[in-house]
Design a protein around this ligand. Structure first.
Ligand SMILES: NC(=O)c1ccc[n+]([C@@H]2O[C@H](COP(=O)([O-])OP(=O)(O)OC[C@H]3O[C@@H](n4cnc5c(N)ncnc54)[C@H](O)[C@@H]3O)[C@@H](O)[C@H]2O)c1
Length: 366
């Protein structure tokens, strides 16, 4: 399968390293206006990979069987509209777009398109998270009433053009970063979000940065409560100045029979000794009161191909299978839209100090 990558910065290059680990797959073209990123990506992909400064050039060729879009969030809308005019399967990085209106336009366009569009929600494919989802589905926890997701991690990294410092270019931290977690909440609880309340601030990171007179305006910590139509409730605890913690993500699903925890360390390259670490899953049944803890092993080659605990590889395996065998995307644009809607509602709640109702989703999807 021949891939074209649009946007070959940090995440685009993670995609290239992971596609290289798939059978029967290679990256044949990259498009990026930044010469340094484009050439670094071509060096990774191999000497035959074509480079384009303008994505239109890549979209006009017939070199590719599938597209991956990994550009700054505020470029997704226009690039997606151009890419949707091709008949190629598309893997679009999260967030689908930065605003709900843009997401709705894309959802309408995709509804009449034959080739699939898959929104890259890697966290679903982290092996310990996938184990937690399977255990919840199998009924191990009983009926899950409470879900907490803690992400305590390093600050946003430096990006080409500093796009991730600004709400208007990202959708805000709770859209940009946390759409992953709102997607996981829906998936784990199999329910529809109905109300969001959030408190957050920018208290530690980037306080002394200045970009041509403009100061960064993105949250670096927040609590977000989400109520679901089933009566289940979920909470996100986000801190982006906590890279000293051993676990980067800790997810706990608690039902009437047991609690299930998935714990994921941060990327090895940011750890004290640079070594890869195990993730783990813990099942704590009420009946026995004896928690069962298990390491989750992930191949080191897969771990070291990215910053997302192997998930980029596992997602690509499934995307490739969909393209080769036919079938529907596992993460649809409606999933991407709802994740943005919850994130945008959380940003709105931080601003207003009030809960935000999500009653007016036009999407039928859960
Ligand atoms: N799923 C995940 O876990 C995950 C993780 C990190 C980033 N992301 C997403 O990936 C996307 C890229 O993030 P990143 O960290 O790689 O940023 P980055 O700044 O490192 O890379 C973005 C690249 O896109 C290029 N670019 C800008 N405008 C373009 C255009 N119109 N056409 C082609 N290329 C263009 C830039 O020059 C840059 O090289 C963002 O949407 C981000 O939210 C997802």
């Amino acid at each position: 399968m021949r891939y074209g990558i649009i946007g070959s910065g940090m995440m685009g290059q993670e995609h290239i390293r992971n596609i290289a680990l798939l059978d029967e797959a290679r990256v044949v073209a990259v498009a990026d206006p930044d010469d340094g990123m484009r050439e670094a990506a071509r060096a990774l992909a191999g000497p035959d990979c074509k480079g384009f400064a303008d994505p239109t050039g890549l979209l006009d060729t017939d070199l590719c069987d599938a597209l991956v879009i990994a550009t700054p969030n505020d470029t997704h809308f226009d690039l997606l509209k151009s890419a949707l005019a091709t008949d190629l399967p598309i893997l679009i990085e999260k967030p689908l777009c930065t605003t709900l209106d843009e997401c709705r336009t894309i959802e309408t366009m995709v509804a009449t398109r034959r080739a699939p569009v898959w929104v890259a929600m890697e966290y679903r494919y982290m092996p310990p998270v996938a184990r937690l989802i399977d255990a919840v589905r199998a009924g191990t926890a009983g009926r899950v009433h409470m879900l907490t997701i803690r992400e305590h991690r390093f600050p946003f990294l430096a990006k080409v053009g500093n796009w991730n410092r600004f709400e208007d270019r990202t959708g805000g931290t709770l859209v940009e970063k946390c759409c992953h977690f709102f997607d996981l909440m829906r998936l784990i609880l199999d329910a529809r979000p109905v109300r969001v309340f959030a408190s957050g601030g920018m208290d530690v990171n980037f306080l002394d940065e200045d970009y041509d007179g403009r100061r960064p305006d993105i949250l670096d910590n927040a609590f977000v409560l989400v109520d679901f139509d089933t009566g289940a409730r979920a909470m996100l605890d986000l801190c982006m100045f906590a890279e000293g913690a051993y676990w980067q993500e800790e997810i706990s699903a608690t039902g009437d029979r047991a609690r299930i925890d998935a714990r994921v360390p941060g990327p090895a390259r940011f750890s004290a000794d640079g070594a890869e670490r195990h993730s783990e899953i813990v099942i704590s049944p009420r009946e026995t009161k004896r928690p069962v803890r298990e390491n989750v092993d992930v191949d080191e080659t897969i771990l070291s191909a990215g910053d997302h605990h192997g998930s980029t590889f596992y997602q690509h395996q499934r995307f490739q299978r969909m393209v080769a065998d036919g079938g529907d995307p596992e993460v649809t644009v409606t999933d991407g839209l709802i994740a943005v809607a919850v994130g945008a509602a959380a940003e709105e709640s931080v601003r207003s100090g009030q809960p935000v109702l999500l009653a007016d989703f036009r999407s039928a999807g859960r």
